[in-house]
Ligand binder design. Sequence first.
Ligand SMILES: Nc1nc2c(ncn2[C@@H]2O[C@H](COP(=O)(O)OP(=O)(O)OP(=O)(O)O)[C@@H](O)[C@H]2O)c(=O)[nH]1
Ligand SMILES: [Mg+2]
Length: 279
Amino acid sequence: MEPGFFIEVAGAAIEHRAKLLAPFRKLWNRLQHGDVQIVVYGSGGVGKSTLGRFLASPTSIDAVSIDYKLSDLTEKYDAPSDLWGKLTIAPGQPEYRKDSFPPLHRKVTSGGARGIVHVVSYGMHAIPGREPLDKHTSWQPNDTHESFAARFAAKQRDAELDVLRELVSVLTTAEGPLWMVTVGTKQDLWWSQRHDVNEWYCGKQSAYRALVDEIAKKHGTEHFKHRFVSGALVYGNLRSPTGEVLFPTSAGYEQSIRAANLARIVEVITGLATTEREQ
Ligand SMILES: Nc1nc2c(ncn2[C@@H]2O[C@H](COP(=O)(O)OP(=O)(O)OP(=O)(O)O)[C@@H](O)[C@H]2O)c(=O)[nH]1
Ligand SMILES: [Mg+2]
């Protein structure tokens, strides 16, 4: 049984993220020749570009603006000069996916990338554009910001499953060995609901987990490794395009928890990438 979605280190005395991340920098360095290709998928506004920035430079993530600027082109992140491999990130908003996903699918089915990252955020997706919420397709008469946010997040969780279904069809066609990491972002926003989040992605009844299991069944666990990790890549309320708070940060979310989980994201991805290189 693989571990759940997050580390709960209540009371852990981890003061500085930089300190915690230092050992992992060594791990990144082991991937020196940069030949590991990782493709990153996910719905729009889940945090893929932010993850790319984080992985390329874990200790400077706090300098990244939390304003949402959607990606319209595929992005590539070479981690800093002497480090590991390359991340290719597809834009996630539906209008860009039909152009951005297929080349990544081909990369995977042709054996050009064996590492897949699927980014999710429990439906707490950033909303693009500038329109007020009452013009949004999910807005209903008499909605409050809270009722809208709850319905929107539920709908976006289904959209995350749609992306995963597409990945299942790609990954069951591709030759192994493959590895996949589901990265849950926005831990700062869903921390007070973390047990529901864990059930949603990893629980016995989880539709998400059942889809991942389909891939594992096809390849066998020797040739398909999957891990769940999550973290708060940045920290702050998620606002609507016109500035209303849709998903506030959770009370009681501690910096030590953030640090431990961010370190685990780096550890798990570099660990799987290292294994790939050594195979
Ligand atoms: N609070 C919080 N906000 C986050 C987190 N990760 C990302 N965000 C915010 O979510 C928004 C969307 O992040 P992006 O990285 O642009 O999302 P994306 O998946 O690249 O979106 P597309 O380019 O449209 O596919 C931004 O405003 C980020 O600052 C997180 O862990 N916590
Ligand atoms: Mg982006």
